[in-house]
Design a protein around this ligand. Structure first.
Ligand code: ATP
Length: 298
């Protein structure tokens, strides 16, 4: 899962304030997905900061600030080309979420470099970088407001028409319009409780509105009912089209279709290739598939 705990220099204060306001059970990552919009007015992306969506890790090593003794990533290098769909696969603790945290620059590498379109990630203003990325987490948290507010979080100031179009593309419109108040329906503790699949589709609508160059997706491990599952998968497939997608993958269907699968173990890349290439090798990917760590059901 993509829970990011611990303190982060420079963000600690924001984190504390946010935790106070929304409760300690929250996923920090989801909040940090949009910090620019939260703390400063949205600014247009400067031409020099526009991302095509190419990502390179060059000999990246990393340990968390709280555990300098524990090397989490060791000499990790890989390339993702613009518009590719890349699946991250590996046992629990292998470092999949850490790669995502590094991409979002929640942390910086201890050694090595992360490049976007061949340029050092630290050369981009953080807000400009993050406003071109969207995250769809496993467990979607909606804050206690209206559905409209939760969707428009991806693009402050979005019009009702834009929200409706995003909800339609996310396969969320059908259930939203069945509520008497539609987009103005209040969700969360004081409002309507949505199912896991419905919350995911709201998060997808949020990402559709944001229209990021880079999409990061943490696939749900827990099964939804099959109708909801189909609607979520269909919405995600549409969302991934035409942008770079990094998927923490648990589903065979996802890895089969990926342009590249990166197999991680204990902070190293142990294999890299397509499903057909990796299944033909007697390696960790095949073992994981056989052990159904990558669900064989889909
Ligand atoms: P899972 O599939 O279980 O989500 P993962 O492959 O995403 O696992 P990571 O969450 O990246 O793995 O964890 C990699 C290693 O880093 C683990 O040993 C984990 O305990 C450690 N780790 C993760 N987050 C932190 C943190 N905030 N501080 C210290 N160590 C951490």
């Amino acid at each position: 899962s993509l829970f990011i705990g611990g303190s982060i220099a420079g963000l600690a204060e924001v984190y504390t304030n946010l935790q106070k306001s929304i409760g300690a059970t929250e996923h920090l990552l989801e909040i940090l997905d949009e910090p620019a919009e939260d703390i400063s007015p949205v600014t247009a992306i400067a031409p020099e900061n526009h991302l095509d969506g190419q990502i390179s890790f060059r000999n990246v090593s990393f340990h968390y600030p709280s555990r300098p003794d524990l090397t989490i990533m060791n000499d990790v290098s890989f390339d993702v080309y613009a518009d590719q769909k890349v699946a991250l696969v590996g046992p629990s603790g292998a470092g999949k979420s850490t790669i995502v945290s590094l991409l979002l620059r929640l942390y910086d590498p201890v050694n090595g470099n992360i490049l976007f379109d061949g340029k050092e990630s630290s050369s981009f203003p953080l807000s400009q970088l993050r406003s071109q990325m969207a995250v769809v987490p496993q467990d979607v948290f909606l804050f206690g407001g209206t559905i409209a507010e939760n969707i428009a979080y991806g693009k402050p100031g979005a019009t009702v028409e834009e929200m409706e179009a995003a909800a339609k593309q996310a396969n969320a419109w059908e259930f939203i319009q069945r509520f008497p108040l539609g987009l103005d329906t209040v969700v969360g503790e004081r409002g309507i409780q949505l199912s896991g699949g419905q919350r995911q589709r709201i998060a997808i609508a949020r990402a559709v509105l944001k229209n990021p160059r880079i999409l990061i997706l943490d696939e749900a491990t827990s099964a939804l009912d099959s109708e909801s599952e189909r609607l979520v998968q269909d919405a995600l497939d549409k969302l991934m089209e035409g942008r770079t997608s990094i998927v923490i993958a648990h589903r065979l269907a996802t890895v089969r279709e990926a342009d590249k699968i990166i197999v991680l173990d204990k902070g190293h890349i142990v294999e890299e290739g397509t499903h057909n290439e990796l299944i033909g090798q007697d390696g960790l990917y095949r073992t994981l598939s056989e052990m159904q760590f990558i669900a064989a059901s889909s």
